[in-house]
Design a protein around this ligand. Structure first.
Ligand code: NAD
Length: 373
């Protein structure tokens, strides 16, 4: 086992999730590289305190540039608000470190392009975080679409729903403010999750029409007052993609106000010969369509069939922390040249392509028009 020394910038929700995934690395039976967390940077000292429970994480600093000066840190994971993506990502690259960047990879399209260009010219290994395609059901949907067995594609839906914003008493955070989250709002927040598999299949929209909706205009600020919330909360993007030379409708759905949903990532691909459906709302269940004399929807419970094998029993269930770990295994193995045909993390080009969809969706909403990409 080789060791990859990692630093985390942004020790909030995702920084802690990643750190805890590293501590379960012994569960992976096939990985050739083990991440070791050496350092964390966060502006908030109480966020840093949590990392005191990780023995290897000896550098805890409020100044991320100090972390970047640490010569032992080889790989940096950055999970900060979107308005800081570009400056911190490009500083990481300038410091000669490899980067697993959080989505949406810059606050808007222009920023994403500059980050992508900086990544290319730096020669560093850079990928964008998007873990949901690492669910076994998502992988099976990807394979079914790729191997052509579903025939001519009739319709695709790819989406991510949650309902956190339905509660008007939930205090505002930076994700509800365009200046920090970006004008894209929910597109920036959830869009990469919905775009990753279609883009990996080469399904880039040629034109689209978007319907965007805002949430509550004001929320408690958590300090006894009220905060203005101005982001788009729900987005439905109707697009056309070319699949094997034939046009098919692909609908992206990104919602923070989807009644009852909790982090439900889903994909449905329907074709003339077959079809496939998977949702993390039923995380082990794959539905497959077969057309014979009779037409069938069959369902199977997949079990723990992750692409990197683990010590976990084959009949057990896969969850969010598992796919975070699988994504990191893919990142580290690809970086080491050992991905060997497995599904890899979202690339900088795919992140830019997702922003091209978000930018067109914003114009479509503004002008109530179909936009050609
Ligand atoms: N992949 C996923 O499933 C997923 C889920 C949630 C969020 N995200 C992404 O992760 C990123 C962070 O989101 P989060 O939910 O963890 O946010 P968060 O608000 O929980 O955490 C962000 C942390 O960054 C720190 N921070 C801000 N500016 C900093 C700076 N200059 N230097 C050091 N630390 C700084 C904050 O103090 C905070 O602790 C965003 O890009 C978001 O889109 C990804």
């Amino acid at each position: 086992m080789k060791i990859a020394n990692v630093g985390i910038i942004g020790g909030g929700l995702m920084g802690r999730e990643i750190a805890s995934a590293f501590l379960r690395w012994c569960a992976l039976s096939e990985a050739t590289v083990t991440p070791q967390l050496l350092a964390v940077a966060d502006l908030n000292p109480s966020a840093l305190n949590w990392f005191g429970r990780i023995a290897s994480c000896t550098q805890r600093t409020t100044e991320y540039r100090e972390l970047l000066k640490n010569p032992e840190v080889e790989v940096v994971y950055v999970a900060v608000p979107h308005d800081q993506h570009e400056s911190i990502y490009t500083d990481v690259l300038a410091a000669g470190k490899d980067l697993l960047a959080e989505k949406p990879f810059g606050i808007d399209l222009a920023s994403a392009r500059r980050i992508r260009d900086a990544a290319k010219s730096s020669g560093r290994f850079v990928r964008c975080s998007s873990e949901m395609p690492f669910f076994p059901g998502a992988q099976r949907a990807f394979e079914a679409a790729r191997d052509g067995s579903i025939g001519r594609v009739l319709e695709v839906v790819s989406g991510f729903h949650h309902s956190s914003d339905l509660d008007p008493t939930k205090p505002a955070n930076w994700k509800r403010v365009s200046a920090k989250c970006g004008e894209g709002g929910v597109l920036n927040d959830l869009g990469m999750h919905a775009c990753h598999i279609p883009l990996r299949l080469g399904w880039r929209p040629s034109r689209l029409f978007a319907q965007l909706q805002k949430g509550y205009a004001s929320r408690p600020d958590g300090k006894g007052g009220a905060a203005v919330c101005d982001t788009w909360d729900n987005a439905i993007v109707h697009s056309w993609v070319s699949v094997n030379g034939q046009e098919a409708p692909l609908r992206f759905e990104m919602k923070r106000m989807s009644p009852g949903a909790t982090n439900s990532w889903f994909i449905e691909i329907l074709g003339t010969e077959g079809g496939v459906r998977f949702s993390t709302a039923n995380p082990k269940t794959l539905e497959v369509f077969e057309r014979a004399k009779e037409q069938w929807w069959k369902r199977t419970d997949l079990g723990f069939t992750t692409q990197f094998k683990t010590v976990t029993g084959g009949i057990f269930e896969v969850g969010f922390p598992d796919v975070i770990q699988q994504m990191w295994a893919a990142f580290l193995e690809e970086r080491a040249g050992n991905l060997n045909g497995r599904f890899g993390c979202a690339t900088p080009d795919e992140a830019v392509a997702s922003h091209e969809i978000f930018a067109a969706a914003l114009v479509s909403q503004r002008d109530s028009a179909v936009i050609t990409l």
